[in-house]
Design a binder for this molecule. Structure first.
Ligand code: NDP
Length: 282
């Protein structure tokens, strides 16, 4: 089986660099998709309270016959759970839904800097409790911009292990990635193929055909060579398999550079800008 590289986190733990994302997989299809991913060899699943499918992720991991320690599971605190009491209750809910004893990584999903009555630093302080008592192996954040990271670190002294942010060739997000790198934070790249939007790009297509690989494989390989963690989502078995076959070829410096030059800056985002995103489920 392909050996997926392990990346070391600033808390001494490790995370498989390639995983499987389950955003937008309906709960009724999630256990089956995760089962297929685990059969293919994925050992890292990325879910969230917001996705509504933690329970089904847990079911598939438990049914897989794999030892708990062999599968890395991430979940994320929903946007209505930022206040300390809410965060504690929501985290209990995640542990109960997954039913795996502990979660390997727990993230603040969005910083919500404009939402009144919440403060991501206070939320981060509560997350630190979850790591201390061992119910979260590692803790981190998602969609944090540089000023959010600076404040959280300065006011608590605890550096997140991970920052999960939007990154793909149309939005290379270099400033946040550089801050992460300089501060020992591992970057996870969400929507690594921009939900498919980058696959028809002629540069991507040219590199893929020159290497006899698919566009998705080329883009995912670009992420891995940049050192980021990725977890493409698919419900299609052939694609789940294809997205796992990334370790028997390499992109040369020209291909890496051509892909990075597809960056469109802010215009290239597929998702919301974290400085403005204020969605809070009621
Ligand atoms: P991706 O960039 O992973 O793209 C998924 C889409 O691409 C699906 O429509 C899928 O179709 C299609 N696809 C997958 N593989 C291939 C392939 N080989 N060839 C052609 N098409 C393909 O998007 P996501 O937004 O799902 O991002 C991945 C993960 O990142 C999420 O599942 C989630 O875990 C995380 N995420 C985190 C966010 C955050 O705020 N922290 C925000 C967004 C995502 P199909 O399924 O039909 O095969």
């Amino acid at each position: 089986m392909t050996a997926v590289p392990q990346i070391r986190l600033n808390d001494g733990r490790t995370i498989p660099q390639l995983g499987f994302g389950v955003f937008q997989i309906p709960p009724r299809d999630t256990a089956d998709a995760v089962r297929r991913a685990l059969e293919i060899g994925y050992r890292h699943i990325d879910t969230a309270q917001m996705y509504g499918n933690e329970k089904e992720v847990g079911e598939a991991v438990r049914a897989s016959g794999l030892d708990r320690s062999e599968v890395f599971v991430t979940s994320k605190l929903n946007n209505n759970g930022h206040r300390p009491g809410d965060a504690r209750r929501a985290f209990d809910g995640t542990l109960q839904a997954l039913d795996l004893g502990y979660v390997d990584l727990f993230l603040i999903h969005w910083p919500l800097p404009t939402v009144e009555g919440t403060d991501y630093v206070e939320t981060w302080r509560t997350m630190i409790e979850f790591a201390k008592d061992g119910r979260a192996g590692s803790i981190g954040v998602s969609n944090f911009q540089v000023p959010h990271l600076q404040r959280a670190i300065a006011e608590t002294g605890v550096v997140p292990a991970i920052n999960q942010i939007e990154v793909h060739p149309y939005f290379t997000n270099e400033e946040v990635r550089a801050y992460d790198r300089e501060n020992g934070i591992v970057t996870e790249a969400w929507s690594p193929i921009a939900q498919g939007a980058v696959l028809d790009d002629e540069v991507v297509q040219r590199i893929a055909s020159s290497l006899d690989r698919t566009p998705a494989q080329v883009v995912l390989r670009w992420h891995l060579q940049r050192g980021d963690v990725v977890f493409p989502k698919s419900v299609t078995t052939a694609r789940i398999q294809e997205n796992f076959e990334l370790f028997d070829f390499e992109l040369d410096a020209d291909a890496m550079s051509d892909l990075s030059h597809l960056n469109r800056g802010e215009k290239g985002r597929t998702g919301p800008n974290p400085d403005e995103f204020d969605y809070v489920p009621r």
